[in-house]
Design a protein around this ligand. Structure first.
Ligand SMILES: Nc1ncnc2c1ncn2[C@@H]1O[C@H](COP(=O)(O)OP(=O)(O)O)[C@@H](O)[C@H]1O
Ligand SMILES: [Mg+2]
Length: 262
């Protein structure tokens, strides 16, 4: 099961991706949560401390690893094919949520067809994780989907596009939904987040309907989740309506996947 989470910055992608990862892990799945956002902060949502998170060297910034994988004896020439399965064992970090975390890091000029060594390692790794492995993989991305080449994106089971009721977030979500549909991703669902009241919910639903976008879920505004982003104190799961909605989404994704597997 391979899930990608995208959307405008600040809409709650990391909250959704991290909580989904924790829920799948609690359900007995082996989960690899990938932080592919240029400003990574999934570690905290998965329960690591700031200090532990700070020790993680993102794959793209791990120069020794990149050189080991792509280096040749000739300067300026690098290898295009190399093993990446060993990277998973070595560079995923266990977290209190039960999910294993891998931080990809920023590749400069990503998406402009750049063929730098770090980019080719990140691409190969994502492809391996999404196409060749059978763990639950959850990808916390930014607002683009350039990380996913065509051969990779067609193996993404579900792309969740997060938006709050703000018109700018919805416009970005619309663009991402288009890109996802134009790539080979078949299932794309909008998830409303931080929804405070009927007006906001209706705004998201009306926008989705007008643009032919499927609404997968509607996560309410949750004061505890908001406070937790400030204080770092974990949310009391039992009382959180936001987390309850994400648990419902987890079950929905799981049953959809079981159906697909036949
Ligand atoms: N449903 C929600 N209710 C209240 N606050 C939320 C909710 N979802 C996310 N937040 C808060 O909004 C902020 C941005 O969320 P985050 O997941 O980091 O967004 P993104 O990854 O899209 O940039 C965080 O401080 C988070 O705690
Ligand atoms: Mg984020």
């Amino acid at each position: 099961m391979k899930i990608a989470v995208s959307g405008k910055g600040g809409t709650g992608k990391t909250f959704l991706a991290g909580t989904l990862a924790a829920k799948f892990a609690a359900g007995g799945h082996t989960v690899i949560a990938i932080d592919a956002d240029p400003s990574p902060n999934l570690a905290l949502t998965l329960g690591l401390s700031q200090e532990e998170a700070g020790k993680i060297v993102p794959i793209a910034e791990n120069e020794d690893l990149i050189r080991l994988k792509t280096g040749t004896d000739y300067s300026g020439v690098f290898r295009l094919s190399f093993r990446v399965d060993d990277i998973i064992e070595k560079y995923t970090v266990p977290t209190p949520s039960g999910a294993h975390l891998m931080v990809m890091g920023t590749v400069r000029s990503m998406g402009s067809g750049c063929a730098c060594p770090a980019h080719s390692v990140v691409r190969a790794l994502l492809r391996h994780l999404i196409v060749e492995r059978d763990e639950v993989v959850i990808l916390d991305m930014d607002a683009g989907i350039e990380h996913l080449g065509r051969g990779t994106s067609e193996h993404v089971d579900e792309m969740l596009v997060v938006s709050d009721a703000n018109r700018k977030s919805l416009e970005v979500a619309k663009t991402i939904c288009r890109m996802a549909t134009d790539s080979a991703i078949r299932q794309v669902g909008l998830v409303g987040n931080r929804i405070a009241g009927d007006l906001q919910e209706q705004a998201v639903r009306a926008f989705a309907e007008k643009n032919g976008i499927f609404v997968m879920g509607m996560i309410p505004f949750d004061q505890d989740v908001s406070d937790s982003g400030i204080t770092g104190v974990p949310v009391d799961e039992g009382h959180s309506l936001a987390i309850r909605e994400i648990a419902r989404l987890t079950a929905l994704l799981e049953s959809g996947f079981q159906l697909k597997k036949g």
